[in-house]
Design a binder for this molecule. Structure first.
Ligand code: MG
Length: 256
């Protein structure tokens, strides 16, 4: 099932809906709060609504260096223990929204990542039971000011500018995440071409591992890491992240 969050002309607030081909079946309330989807009876053409970020997380937890080929291109190895960091939820934008280049950086990179969306309160989750707290999966771009990441000695500023976490275009709730092609296209040129089977720690393992550190709440998002091929984006570029069986997340890049 594909769940989107959309702006509907004439409606004051965003609503969720289930995508069925070129149509969207609107639901009442939040799929993260209500156990059963409550269909409103309103079905619209997808072309008549605007896709928004499919979730507004309370926090975004990211895994660093979780593909060996990316760790190598960054001049390092896969760490013995997972390395995680946070992006603030104010980084989130949706499909079609602009990535705004900050004036403080001259080297802003794309990072295509499989994103896990949490569906239940999760604390000390057994890896074998991770699916019980996973709502679904979406595409993410872990936009990074690479120069600031290197100069600051830690990653908070580099990862946290507004618009630095495109998510979408929707959440796929029925997905086997272990072997999916994942790619980045920059102006239609393929820049990253990986597969989630090369994740050092799987999405499920990372959900369990992170839940040993902090409580995850419904709607929280985990970015699982990026494969090799990261590189810069400049004003006027269009960047797309595509994950097999989910879809394509596309964002224009603009100067502030
Ligand atoms: Mg990343």
């Amino acid at each position: 099932m594909r769940i989107a969050r959309v702006a509907v002309p004439g409606l004051e607030h965003p609503v969720f809906g289930v995508i069925d081909g070129e149509r969207i079946d609107l639901i009442v309330g939040s799929p993260f709060i209500d156990a059963d989807l409550n269909y409103s009876g309103v079905v619209l053409n997808l072309s008549d609504v605007r896709l928004l970020a499919p979730v507004l997380p309370s926090k975004i937890v990211c895994v660093g260096k979780n593909y060996a080929d990316h760790a190598a291109e960054m001049g390092g190895e896969v760490p013995a223990e997972p390395v995680i960091f946070l992006k603030p939820n104010t980084t989130v934008i949706g499909d079609g929204d602009n990535i705004v280049l900050p004036t403080q950086s001259s080297n802003v990179h794309y990072e295509a990542e499989l994103a896990v969306v949490i569906g239940a309160l999760a604390k000390n989750v057994d890896p074998a039971r991770a699916d019980e707290v996973i709502f679904g999966y979406t595409c993410a771009n872990d936009v990074t000011a690479r120069d600031l990441q290197n100069s600051d000695g830690q990653w908070t500023r580099a990862k946290s500018f507004d618009t630095f976490c495109p998510l979408g275009p929707w959440i796929e709730t029925e997905l086997e995440p272990t072997s999916l092609a994942i790619s980045t296209e920059l102006n239609d040129e393929t820049k990253q071409d990986g597969n989630t089977k090369d994740l050092v720690r799987t999405a499920r393992e990372m959900v369990a591992w992170i839940s040993q550190v902090m409580t995850l709440v419904p709607g929280d998002v985990i970015l699982t890491g990026t494969p090799a091929g990261v590189g810069p984006m400049v004003d006027g570029d269009v960047v797309s992240v595509t994950i097999e069986d989910i879809g394509t997340l596309t964002n224009p890049v603009v100067s502030r």
